[in-house]
Design a protein around this ligand. Structure first.
Ligand SMILES: [Cu+2]
Length: 147
């Protein structure tokens, strides 16, 4: 009896430890294309249900004149984009909490780096991401592909 329980426990431990790599997030680095209102990564692919860490670096030179903040806002539903962007632009570029936002990084100023960790959707598909800082979403966008 004891032996049997021990064997079962060992298997459980194996599963728990063997899956160590799956607990680690896939790191995706996204930067602004220098001082432009563009992302340097406009498409990336992750596995459905996997852990993802998006690191966003604002590559605008610190001596750049004028405001240039960026974030990465990944949407569950692309059709919600116009409304979410419009509301954010009326809020200094910061999106309001919205159930249709999958994940978002805080706004980063020049040379700042921010990140967000989240679980990729279980549903495969293309998920739009945009920067919601004022007037950026038109050119600053890309797709997270979930396979
Ligand atoms: Cu931006």
């Amino acid at each position: 009896m004891f032996k049997k329980i021990f064997a079962i426990t060992s298997i459980l431990i194996l599963f728990a430890c063997g899956g160590g790599s799956s607990a680690e997030a896939t790191v995706v680095n996204i930067g602004s294309l220098g001082a432009e209102m563009k992302f340097d990564v406009e498409e990336f692919t992750v596995k459905s249900g996997s852990k993802v860490k998006v690191v966003m670096k604002n590559n605008t030179p610190s001596d750049f004149m004028g405001a240039m903040l960026h974030n990465v806002v990944i949407l569950k539903d692309e059709s919600a984009a116009p409304m979410i962007i419009q509301l954010a632009e009326g809020n200094g570029g910061e999106p309001y909490a919205d159930g249709r936002i999958l994940a978002m990084t805080p706004l980063a100023d020049k040379q700042e780096e921010t990140f967000i960790e989240f679980t990729a959707p279980s549903k495969p598909g293309r998920y739009l991401y945009v920067c919601t800082y004022i007037a950026h979403a038109g050119s600053m966008r890309g797709y997270m592909i979930v396979e």
